[in-house]
Write a protein that binds this ligand. Structure first.
Ligand SMILES: C[S@@+](CC[C@H](N)C(=O)[O-])C[C@H]1O[C@@H](n2cnc3c(N)ncnc32)[C@H](O)[C@@H]1O
Length: 205
């Protein structure tokens, strides 16, 4: 059984969150690399924020969500009471708009996850706006891998297997965010694998 949350979002679209495998896998890089003062934009079902708070390398997790119903649901269902106290004490939930919110402290890690879909055209303009306000040392945008692959393909053609230099070049010059990237030697191959799987349903690639 996998929990799924559905309902109307602030802009009238259907908003959903789940613990499906694709959700968990697509958050893993951003969870494993989180350290220091962390900001999570988008509470959802809370599991991504909790997994960051559990990490020893993380000292504080500020979660910003625009929807009071989501915040109250997570508070009232007692999910935060079920985690170790040391992690619970790191968590703070703020009701605000992630596009305009500014922290009152230095932020090491920013995780942006307010969107309905993995691939959305306006995602990176909004992520740059968030980072402009927050000035984090490192950023993870949910769905950054498809965007990296799309840009690599835009530069070198659909058959490219991106190497480290190309990946770093599109992140620096096109995406223009200090994105967290895994140091896997086969990251380029994995991006292509992801693209082949995702691209079956999504012609944006
Ligand atoms: C896909 S969910 C996040 C799922 C999350 N990873 C989890 O652990 O379940 C997106 C969340 O972003 C919130 N959200 C959408 N637009 C927002 C905005 N402009 N500012 C803050 N939160 C927003 C929604 O209310 C929703 O809770």
């Amino acid at each position: 059984m996998r929990p799924i949350l559905t309902g109307p979002s602030i802009d009238g679209n259907s908003s959903w969150m789940s613990m499906a495998a694709v959700e968990l896998q697509s958050q893993e890089i951003g969870i494993r690399a989180a350290y220091g003062n962390v900001v999570v934009l988008g509470l959802g079902m809370g599991w991504a924020a909790i997994n960051r708070a559990i990490r020893e390398e993380v000292s504080r997790v500020t979660v910003v969500d625009i929807n009071p119903d989501v915040i109250n649901l997570m508070r009232n269902c007692g999910i935060f009471d079920q985690i170790p106290e040391v992690a619970r004490n790191k968590l703070e939930i703020v009701e605000d708009n992630a596009l305009t919110w500014r922290p009152d402290h230095k932020v090491d890690t920013l995780l942006a996850d307010i969107w309905l879909k993995l691939v959305e055209p306006e995602k990176f303009d909004q992520a740059r706006q968030m980072q402009h306000n927050i000035q984090a040392e490192q950023v993870y945008v949910w769905g950054q891998e498809p965007e990296i692959l799309r840009l690599c393909r835009a530069h070198r053609g659909r058959d490219v297997i991106p190497d480290r230099a190309l990946i770093e070049s599109v992140v620096e010059n096109d995406i223009r965010l200090p994105l967290m990237l895994p140091d896997w030697p086969d990251f380029g191959e994995r991006l292509v694998e992801m693209g082949n799987w995702w691209g079956r349903e999504n012609d944006r690639f």
